[in-house]
Design a protein around this ligand. Structure first.
Ligand SMILES: [Zn+2]
Length: 274
């Protein structure tokens, strides 16, 4: 449990290794053991010190670091934990939305301070303002981090199969082009911890919705692989697409998995440091 006051971001280390996704670099996270339970995407932190990208995890406390706000019931500790996360990041604002597996993306400019819920449901956020930390809640779905370093703009998406099939990623790259002048050729796309292509068994209707060939029975699908294809199709260079090595279900046990029977949620965050 994290009490009040400024808390330190825990130690972290991510390095690139060969991926199970052919041609894609993998970023491997290490477990944090103090402060707000968090992994940071340190590869981006090294290259772009003005960017903060990460994801919370359960932590080592017997009371897991659950940030679920919309569950039934929501976690009673969640509002205080969101404030702790904001304090730990040293950002002025953290923004989130009720997520509904669709493709609406909210542009945040000139938002107020503190923990703030966007008006209306949304499955993505973008900003070019410093001090505004974007947040999506996940527990198997893919947190998709987008960074345009030239425009100093970021976007963060909640990618479940429905949103991916509905064109969430293309909608984001198009929106970034309109709002920040982003060319997909200079965009970085990182797919964070999510259920992996061996664990996520789905019916034929999901393969069909994703436009993929699949067997006429339940079989595993790789959402991050499907997203990588979409990123390439949108014009993002292969070398600019990275994938986390962590699976929420068969990984280190530190992440919540909906398929694994957990009702708790972790939160992915991305922003331009104040
Ligand atoms: Zn897995």
């Amino acid at each position: 449990m994290v009490a009040g006051g400024r808390v330190s971001l825990a130690a972290r280390s991510i390095h690139r290794t060969r991926s199970t996704h052919p041609g894609l670099d993998r970023m491997t996270e290490k477990i944090a053991d103090e402060g707000v339970p968090l992994y940071e995407v340190t590869d981006w932190a090294d290259r772009f010190p003005w960017v903060f990208a990460g994801i919370t995890h359960a932590g080592s406390s017997p009371d897991p670091f659950d940030l679920r706000l919309f569950g039934d019931p929501p976690s009673p500790q969640a509002p205080e934990r969101w404030k702790s996360l904001l304090r730990a990041s040293a950002f002025e604002t953290i923004v989130y939305a009720r997520q509904i597996h669709e493709t609406r993306i909210v542009v945040h400019d000139d938002v107020g301070k503190g923990v703030r819920e966007a008006q209306g449901a949304a499955d993505g956020h973008t900003t070019a303002d410093s001090g505004v930390l974007l947040a999506v809640t996940v527990a198997d779905c893919v947190p998709i981090y987008l960074l345009d370093a030239d425009a100093r703009a970021v976007a963060l998406l909640h990618g479940g199969w429905r949103g991916i099939a509905a064109g969430l990623l293309l909608r984001a790259t198009t929106l970034l082009g309109v709002r920040w002048g982003t060319d997909p050729g200079r965009l970085l796309v990182h797919m964070g911890p999510a259920i992996c292509g061996e664990c996520y068994e789905v019916g034929p209707e999901v393969f069909e919705a994703l436009g993929m060939e699949g067997p006429p029975r339940a079989a595993p699908v790789d959402l991050r692989g499907a997203l990588a294809e979409r990123a390439r199709a949108a014009g993002v260079p292969q070398e600019s697409i990275t994938v986390s090595g962590l699976c929420t279900l068969c990984g280190d046990g530190n992440l919540f998995s909906h398929r694994g029977g957990r009702s708790e949620r972790q939160v992915a965050v991305l922003g331009i440091r104040p």
